[in-house]
Design a protein around this ligand. Structure first.
Ligand code: UD1
Ligand code: CA
Length: 456
């Protein structure tokens, strides 16, 4: 069996956070989830995640994934280190298993990289293989010390390294493959004789070497994949790279992104072909966008479904559904529970909340539509307010098909305006309007001759 052990018990002190490090989000998704996904996709049958700090929160977050969790005991007087973390998962390791070790704080690791790495390990029949990389600035990483014949000798942590060793630019990525039996054997032999008084997983390499076992190293060409997040500066760097990858994925799949540098798309978002995304647009939390849409500029869409041929311009859309051919914006705000039919127009400075609006209806400017069911082909004039709140409770308004709501009217809920009814401009409507009727509810106009002139 091929299994992985994903190390995720560390505190992440440098994040200065109340949230466990690996639950910090990169492009809308918790870091640990990327690692588990890449591992599974690379052909791993079973992922074991080692939890410690924040174990409840982390466990809860990944409970829907292909994982089993194990706990590393954490406490001031308990031993610590990557070696300890793997020891905690020992009961899961079968003698003949191929064990891939990953870190929960490296979300950029890709399925392809892992596949190549595992293949190298297996083809060469090593008992242990380290993934290494060359970095211009290797500070902070464990350094790879090679023997004269070029084979691996040992890994030395930055904190234990001499000036000479610190000059080595080849680093340990923290990703390894082991043969199960060999890993368990080597773990029993490592000690805490280092500057941090920790069990280093890296010391297993030296142990195996000294016993003449066949240890390999695979050099990763493009070190982007192994960038880890230890602080918020690295979180931003890694997020930038991830965003570039996500945007490229959409572009290769037929989406036009005018300016990828200012387009922020969560990993969980889906977009159809021939849709165009304009600059400064944010698509978040599982939003789905259809084909031939125009989204942005300056738009934020959260947890929403947008069908085909839809335009959303300079607007915010939250937990809403928008059907084919509908136009939203500029400057509209669709709040949770909004459901727009086909060929609807929601124009500038219109806010819609928890309302259904039927096909071909229009609210072109300056309106508030809340807790309403609006039929098809309805015209909602400029400045209309659906008065849904009496100070204590919210009430519903029903507007039938082809009704006409004149400009600057108030529809005071609970209220029904039936099919084809006409509400005159400037009316405050408190009583239901029957099918096809005209309602006028405003003071009658009085013109007083010459009185206007007297004011000057
Ligand atoms: C480790 C490696 C270093 C490598 C680097 C790559 C060791 C001794 N050093 O160093 O050679 O260059 O990763 O990023 O292995 N963790 C636990 N339990 C623990 C300690 C750590 O689960 O008791 C987890 C952390 O949550 C983290 C991972 O192990 O996901 C790595 O730990 P970290 O402290 O970041 O190791 P580094 O010092 O970066
Ligand atoms: Ca680290």
């Amino acid at each position: 069996m091929k299994m992985s052990i994903i190390l995720a018990a560390g505190q992440g002190t440098r994040m200065k956070s109340d949230i466990p490090k690996i639950l910090h989000k990169v492009c809308g998704k918790e870091m640990i989830r990327y690692v588990i996904e890449a591992s599974t996709k690379s052909g791993i049958d079973k992922n074991i995640v080692v939890l410690g700090h924040g174990k409840e929160k982390v466990g809860y977050n990944i409970k829907d994934m292909n994982v089993e969790t194990v706990e590393q005991p954490i406490g001031d007087d308990l031993p610590y280190g990557t070696g300890c973390a793997v020891m905690a998962a020992e009961e899961f390791i079968g003698d003949e298993d191929m064990v891939l070790i990953l870190c929960g704080d490296g979300p950029l690791i890709s399925e392809e990289t892992l596949r190549s790495f595992i293949a190298y390990h297996e083809e060469n029949q090593y008992v242990a293989t380290i993934m290494t990389a060359y970095l211009d600035n290797p500070t902070g990483y464990g350094r790879i010390v090679r023997k004269e014949d070029g084979s691996i000798d040992k890994i030395v942590e930055e904190k234990d390294a001499s000036e000479e060793i610190k000059k080595i630019k080849e680093i340990n990525t923290g990703i390894y493959c082991f043969k199960g039996r060999v890993l368990k054997y080597a773990l029993k032999k490592i000690k805490r004789d280092n500057s941090q008084n920790e069990y280093y997983l890296t010391d297993t390499i030296k142990v195996l070497n000294d016993e003449g076992a066949k240890v390999g190293a695979w050099v990763l060409e493009d070190a982007e994949d192994i960038k880890a997040v230890n602080d918020r500066v690295q979180l931003a760097e890694v997020s930038k790279i991830m965003q570039k990858r996500i945007n490229q994925r959409h572009m290769y799949a037929g989406v036009t992104i005018i300016d990828p540098d200012t387009t922020y798309i969560d990993d969980t978002v889906k977009i159809g072909r021939d849709t165009v995304i304009y600059p400064n647009t944010y698509l978040e939390e599982g939003t789905v966008i259809g084909e031939f849409c125009k989204i942005g500029p300056d738009t934020r869409i959260i947890k929403s479904t947008i069908c085909n041929n839809v335009t959303v311009e300079n607007s915010k859309v939250v937990e809403s559904f928008i059907d084919d051919g509908t136009c939203v914006g500029p400057f509209a705000y669709l709040r949770p529970g909004t459901c727009l039919g086909k060929n609807v127009k929601i124009g500038d400075f219109v806010e819609v909340k928890k309302s259904i609006i039927g096909d071909n209806s229009k609210s072109s400017h300056l309106a508030y539509i809340g807790d309403a069911e609006v039929g098809k082909g309805v015209n909602i004039g400029c400045g209309v307010v659906f008065v849904n709140y009496d100070g204590k409770q919210k009430h519903k308004t029903l507007v039938g098909d082809k009704a006409f709501i004149g400009s600057n009217s108030n529809l005071v809920a609970p209220l029904t305006v039936e099919e084809g009814a006409y509400v005159a401009a400037g009316s405050t409507i408190t009583e239901d309007v029957k099918k096809g009727d005209l309602a006028i509810a405003r003071a009658r106009q009085v013109n007083k001759e010459g009185k206007g002139r007297n004011r000057f």
